[in-house]
Ligand binder design. Structure first.
Ligand code: SF4
Length: 361
């Protein structure tokens, strides 16, 4: 296990921590559903939801999730479909599957109690250093850093950290935590809130910042360069076609493998397109060869675009009529009637298509 140097708060850290907490106490964002929450399970759910999602967006999902799965045992016993259904629209569905797996692990290995130690929290599926630190500090009052993107920005500017490596950030956060040993959860949350409300990526409001007289980047005129930006290559485009195959009054849907992209969600038969074939021809042969169905592929219904973390999807959706054959796929599939689409979890980018073109409400 990695060992970290003991925090050595100096008077500067103590002054920063005091100003930060004073600001936090006066301006804490009461609109955050789980602010003030101390239940480790509720905090774990909240932190997993807030990964890659704005807190304001995640808050109503958190309320609904906690209403349905109020404790770790209820979640551990839930069907994956139901968990994914409550997650629909939040994206990054691996988080939901991992959260359910984590709940099962907590029940089987920790007697239903969310573990306290970061080293144990990190063994749970989907729990990284940030989430483990947030649960340990907020729920259990342990002096563990929880450095998300907002906290990273504040710490980088405060210390004028050129590279802001994980170890530099960890050290800076631990020094602040050491300066306010009674309130580790609040220090972590205050850093995140300050980054979200004041020390924003563009146009930080340094004049309103409680840390301005201690901020190294402000003093040296490097605020705009901190943290150093990571260069990102434009993600590649993937072009696919999908078919809404109708047989009588029903439509074919298939469940995606649970361990891949959008795992466990339902979608339509699809094929990756190359530049050498037309969309209708590619769909016709894919339906026959891959799905075992002879279909007449019709007009394009609409073209959807969606950006994933590592590629951009462009999806041309066509209507199709089943003529013969039975589905030859190991993936679970169903012929779904009108009114049944609400029972299954689909990727959010398919919802409008379903509601407006496939199964209008
Ligand atoms: S003074 Fe400005 S740059 Fe420094 S921490 Fe505050 S808002 Fe961020």
């Amino acid at each position: 296990m990695a060992s970290f140097p003991k925090p050595r708060p100096d008077p500067g850290d103590s002054a920063v921590a005091a100003s930060l907490l004073e600001w936090f106490d006066a301006r804490r964002r009461d609109d955050v559903a789980w602010r003030g929450e101390r239940d480790p399970y509720a905090i774990l759910v909240a932190e997993v939801m807030a990964q890659q999602t704005r807190v304001e967006t995640a808050a109503p999902y958190h309320r609904r999730f906690m209403d349905r799965f109020p404790d770790v045992r209820t979640l551990a016993e839930a069907e994956e479909d139901e968990v994914l259904g409550l997650w629909e629209g939040l994206g990054y569905y691996a988080r939901a599957r991992n959260l359910r797996r984590a709940a099962r692990r907590v029940v089987s290995e920790y007697g239903g109690r969310i573990p306290r130690a970061v080293s144990e929290l990190r063994t749970l599926p989907g729990v990284g250093p940030y989430t483990a630190g947030a649960v340990a500090s907020v729920a259990y009052g342990l002096p563990e850093p929880a450095v998300d993107g907002n906290a990273r920005r504040v710490l980088s500017r405060l210390g004028d950290l050129e590279t802001a490596s994980p170890s530099e950030l960890d050290r800076a956060a631990r020094n602040l935590l050491g300066a306010a040993p009674d309130r580790p959860g609040d220090v972590n949350q205050a850093l995140m809130d300050l980054g979200s409300a004041v020390c924003t990526p563009r146009g930080p409001r340094c004049g309103a910042c409680p840390l301005s007289n201690r901020c190294q980047a402000l003093r040296r005129g490097t605020v705009g360069q901190r943290p150093a930006r990571k260069r990102r290559a434009r993600s590649p485009e993937r072009v696919e076609a999908a078919a809404v195959v109708r047989r009588g009054g029903r439509v074919l849907v298939l469940r995606r493998p649970s361990d891949g992209l959008l795992g466990g969600l339902w979608d339509f038969p699809s094929v990756r397109l190359s530049s050498t074939t037309t969309t209708a021809a590619a769909l016709t042969s894919a339906l026959l060869e891959r799905y075992g169905l002879d279909c007449r592929v019709g007009e394009e219904i609409r073209v959807l675009s969606h950006t994933f973390s590592h590629f951009r999807l462009r999806l041309a959706v066509h209507g199709a009529r089943w003529r013969s054959g039975e589905v030859a796929q190991r993936r679970p599939h169903r012929w779904v009637g009108a009114g049944e689409f609400g029972d299954l979890a689909f990727p959010a980018y398919l919802r409008r298509l379903i509601d407006e073109d496939v199964s209008p409400r």
